[in-house]
Ligand binder design. Structure first.
Ligand code: LLP
Length: 385
């Protein structure tokens, strides 16, 4: 029998491909590592539900004591269903609908991360109508280049996210006008898949300066939320199955000056769930072209869109081939679009119809971003301890 736990755990005669396979033991070890590295009574990690909202995943995260960072009414409901306490849920996003704001207030979530003066006015109006006071954090755009893919960088001035620092005074004047909102914190997020900690140190310097400005104006902030973004090793998930959480949290320990009684919040998504998931797919055909050789698989970009959308590369393994000889393949899906390519010039052991491939590091922004394009069903998740 093969050494690969995926092959050992799955009966491929029964299980139809494609599907997402989750190594729940790895998820648990990852969560333990997060908790160990962030052990400090003032630190609180909220899991970014957008990375993966599968119920077994949410429940595993909740069981380890993390909070939930949500960006929609649907995510708030999923978090509550998984057992997160409302006071451990924060709600972010540039476009919260009236219905979502009502739902969040009804549920009693802990904080709205507010991104504009226009949104502030609507939250204040709805909270007042419902006889509530909404705790809010202002999301500030710190204008920091996180050196990541331009689709997933969020902290630059020209981005749609956050409140531009020049507009802050104006927004603060608004906050003071509304008795139904209470400013409790500041929120930041500079981007995703950040593999170099230097931008985080820069963020800390920005926050230190801002805190002084806020104090000079007489504000005391209960929380600072630095968002998420810690990257993972897509090239070699077996060498680095658990990200270096210690170095990440140490940057904040070293550079961020917290005030007496202040809490520091984090919103990690990818670094928690990416490595525990793989998309498992079967080779349908090996097609010999004139210049290329294609391995056509039964998963497509509707199952995993990251390669097509961000030119991302997920490590591909042939789990069943025992050949020692290798060959170069373009690994492509069945969807009728030329962007349905998982990898070009991928070196794999000799691959044949029926072989099982794993696209690794697919636990974050994989299944949750799946669509039914071409009337293809959403691939199910298989969760193994
Ligand atoms: N907080 C905020 C405000 C965010 O916008 C995000 C991600 C996170 C936290 C979590 O970031 P993480 O720790 O997962 O990097 N679909 C893209 C990634 C989009 C990230 C959007 N925001 C991808 O597949 O690479």
């Amino acid at each position: 029998m093969s050494e690969n736990p995926i092959l050992n755990n799955i009966d491929f005669e029964v299980e139809q491909t494609p599907f997402y396979y989750y190594d729940m033991a790895l998820l648990d070890r990852t969560l333990d590592a997060v908790n160990e590295a962030s052990a400090d009574a003032r630190y609180k990690v909220h899991y970014a539900v957008k990375a993966n909202a599968d119920m077994p995943i949410l429940k595993a995260v909740m069981a380890k004591g993390l909070g939930a960072d949500t960006v929609s009414g649907g995510e708030i409901q999923a978090a509550i269903e998984a057992g997160f306490k409302p006071e451990d849920i924060v709600f972010a996003g540039v476009g919260k609908s009236d219905r979502e704001i009502e739902l969040a207030l009804e549920a009693g979530i802990s904080c709205f991360n507010v991104e504009s003066k226009a949104e502030l006015a609507v939250i204040a109006e709805i909270a007042s109508r419902m006889n509530r006071v909404a705790d809010i954090a202002l999301r500030i755009n710190p204008d920091i280049d996180a050196h990541t893919h331009h689709y997933i960088t969020t902290g630059l001035a020209e981005n749609k996210f956050g409140i531009n620092m020049e507009l802050l005074d104006d927004v603060l004047a608004s906050v003071a006008k509304y008795p139904s909102v209470k400013l409790t914190g500041l929120h930041f997020h500079i981007g995703s898949q950040i593999t170099d900690n230097a931008p985080y140190a820069l963020l800390c310097e920005r926050i230190n300066a801002l805190q002084e400005q806020f104090e000079a104006k007489g504000y005391r902030l209960a929380t600072i939320n630095v968002g998420g973004g810690l990257g993972i090793d897509y090239d070699d998930p077996d060498r680095n199955p658990i990200p270096d959480f210690k170095s990440y949290f140490d940057v904040f320990r070293k550079h961020l000056i917290l005030r007496e009684g202040q809490e520091l919040h984090f919103e990690l998504g990818r670094s928690i769930v990416a490595q525990c998931g793989s998309l498992i797919t079967r080779v349908l055909y090996v097609k010999e072209g004139v210049k290329k050789r294609f391995a056509i698989v039964d998963a497509g970009f509707n199952d995993l869109i990251r390669p097509a959308l961000y030119q991302a590369h997920h490590k591909i393994q042939n789990l069943t081939s025992t050949a020692s000889e290798e060959e170069v393949y373009d690994v492509v899906g069945p969807i009728c679009e030329s962007s349905d390519v998982f990898s070009e010039d991928e070196r794999l052991p000799l691959t044949h119809r029926g072989d099982i491939l794993a696209l690794r590091s697919a636990g974050a922004y994989g299944r949750i971003m799946a669509s039914q394009y071409n009337c293809r069903p959403i691939a199910r998740g298989v969760y193994k301890d």
